[in-house]
Design a protein around this ligand. Structure first.
Ligand code: TPP
Length: 331
């Protein structure tokens, strides 16, 4: 007999639980494939991989509906894929091709797929937050029961615009959820060297935002906390804050591991790897007989084929026509 699933506001079916696992596995495989090919020098944009942070992207986006929107940051691959962004368009964008989701103009840090609800990804730290607040304001003005989720890193909370955006959102009770992925570092600088206390939920107290903290490597806990905040915002309860603790395994920007640089305490990476969100959730599913080696094998084959096909199409696609460089320029 299966154990009862944990209590949460919107229960996931067994298929839903397996879907959550498949999504995390897919994001990991896509990013591993990017890391593996980056050295070929054909993707000529910086890449900020989110390997290790898959549970926060998937848990958060599962709490959203298809017509809800997200805004994201420089580390946007996981958010884009978790919200349903098109993989082929994403990879073509990394290769600078005309079939990319930004026509090859943006690269890895500018993933947009409005049809999937990925309104914008912006690499200027914290600058997507007011865009997200604007989206929530538009939802309110149109009397739509939709929610915007703004993904941000721990360092974004140190930008003035994050405070202005939170203040405006609270004052107008806008349907936005600020979702903070605390991976402890702003490039090489640890959070204890930047802030008096690692408790990021204080940001909520300062702005009257109900704040929830979650283990960012536990996908169901992230999902539960996100669902509470999203449903509250959807039903007119105003904005909320979800802060999750997680960890990036690789360097800030690029495909390598940079642990040898010594800016992270010895053993920290290994401790977080032992908390791999994908392995943890797989073990959880296996204990409940919802997953097994045959399903894993079938999934890996399918994903590898899908990813291979998307890479091949991206590499074969043409570059944008330089004559069109001035179109779609706004000032
Ligand atoms: C306004 C601004 N200042 C500095 C930078 C350079 N920069 C790029 S990413 C980054 C750190 C971001 O850390 P965090 O928001 O915690 O996200 P993480 O990279 O950890 O996912 C910095 C300082 C920038 N892009 N924008």
């Amino acid at each position: 007999m299966h154990e009862a699933l944990p209590q949460h506001p919107a229960r996931l079916s067994h298929d839903g639980l397996r879907g959550v696992y498949r999504q995390m596995r897919r994001i990991r495989l896509v990013e591993e494939a990017i890391a593996g090919r980056y050295g070929e020098q054909e993707m000529r944009c910086p890449v900020h991989l989110s390997i290790g942070q898959e549970a926060s992207a998937v848990g958060a986006c599962r709490a959203l509906q298809a017509d809800d929107k997200i805004v994201s940051t420089h580390r946007c691959h996981g958010h884009y894929l978790a919200k349903g962004g098109d993989l082929g368009a994403m990879l073509a964008e990394l290769y600078g091709k005309v079939t990319g989701c930004c026509g090859g103009r943006g690269g890895s840090m500018h993933l947009f797929d409005d049809a999937a609800g990925v309104l914008a990804s912006v690499p200027i730290v914290a600058s997507s937050i007011p865009i997200g607040v604007g989206v929530a304001l538009a939802f309110r003005q149109r009397a739509q029961r939709r929610v915007c989720m703004a993904f941000l890193g721990d360092a974004a909370l140190e930008e003035g615009v994050a405070h202005e955006a939170a203040n405006f959102a609270t004052a107008h009770r806008l349907p936005i959820v600020f979702f903070v992925e605390n991976n402890l570092y702003s490039v090489y600088t640890r959070i204890d060297d930047r802030q008096p206390s690692g408790q990021l939920t204080r940001f909520g107290a300062a702005h009257g935002l109900p704040a929830r903290r979650a283990d960012g490597n536990d996908v169901l806990e992230v999902y539960r906390r996100s669902t509470e905040a999203v449903e509250r915002a959807r039903s007119g309860g105003g904005p909320g804050l979800v802060c999750v603790d997680t960890y990036r395994w690789l360097e800030h920007c690029g495909p390598q591991c940079d642990d040898q640089l010594g800016y992270r305490p010895q053993g920290e990476l290994a401790r977080w790897k032992a908390q791999c969100p994908i392995q943890r959730f797989k073990a959880w599913l296996e204990r409940r007989e919802l997953w097994d080696a045959a399903l894993e094998c079938e999934l890996l084959l399918k994903l590898k084929r899908e990813i291979e096909t998307a890479f091949t199409a991206a590499q074969r696609a043409p570059f944008p026509n330089p004559a069109h460089a001035r179109t779609k320029v706004y000032a």
